[in-house]
Write a protein that binds this ligand. Structure first.
Ligand code: IMP
Ligand code: MG
Length: 190
């Protein structure tokens, strides 16, 4: 008999997307993206920190010439819920005028972050702009926004792992899971 599978993390109530499913879906997403861009070069903008793991793995599935830049958006969350308006705190270094841009985030929730960032990017006059998210919590949308590439549609649960955090923790988990309610209290020292 094989040994029992080690739990991903004791603070998780359940695993929503296993690391094997993430890997499989990212390979498919690489193919979906290549179908749209052909062999052309494009510029990837990754919203950090959350999209770090997803961006790193997705880019390894794509052979096109790519340029990579990152953008940082201030956290406007009270740990598990969105509170206000997201703010840009670190902007781009690459020139994206006339370039094909693929914007990557970890999760599309209320939609406010991607709406803000796409508005900022459009002002820089890219040739085209598409968006790609690993997770889509469609039921939580507060603004009218849909991504061009979506990894998984998920229910309205607060999830961590594979780049997603709770108070900056759990980003390094290889799978995506739902945090136990007892763990959804801010730690004494963030
Ligand atoms: P939106 O602006 O509400 O669409 O939220 C997008 C940002 O909120 C994402 O980039 C995440 O950083 C964060 N976020 C939304 N839902 C979750 C979640 O379930 N777990 C962790 N972070 C989340
Ligand atoms: Mg984020």
């Amino acid at each position: 008999m094989p040994p029992p599978k080690a739990a991903v993390h004791p603070d998780l109530e359940s695993v929503l997307v296993s690391s094997a499913r993430i890997k499989r879906r990212i390979k498919e997403m690489g193919r979906e993206i290549k179908r749209v861009y052909g062999r052309d070069e494009f510029t990837v903008i990754s919203i950090i920190n959350g999209a770090i793991m997803f961006t790193a793995d997705l880019l390894r599935e794509i052979e096109n010439p790519v340029r990579l830049d990152c953008i940082r958006i201030s956290s406007y969350r009270n740990e598990t819920k969105s509170l206000g308006t997201p703010q840009l705190i670190h902007s781009l270094t690459l020139d994206i005028a006339g370039r094909d841009v693929l914007l990557i985030d970890d999760i599309l929730d209320t939609g406010k972050t991607l709406l803000l960032v796409t508005e900022l990017i459009r002002k820089l006059k890219p040739a085209s702009l598409r968006t790609c998210v690993l997770l889509d919590k469609k039921g939580r949308r507060e603004v009218n926004f849909e991504a061009d590439f979506v990894g998984f549609k998920i229910p309205d649960k607060f999830v961590v792992g594979y780049g997603l955090d709770f108070a900056e923790r759990y980003r390094n988990l290889p799978a995506i899971g739902v945090l136990k309610p007892a763990r959804q209290n801010p730690p004494a020292r963030a």
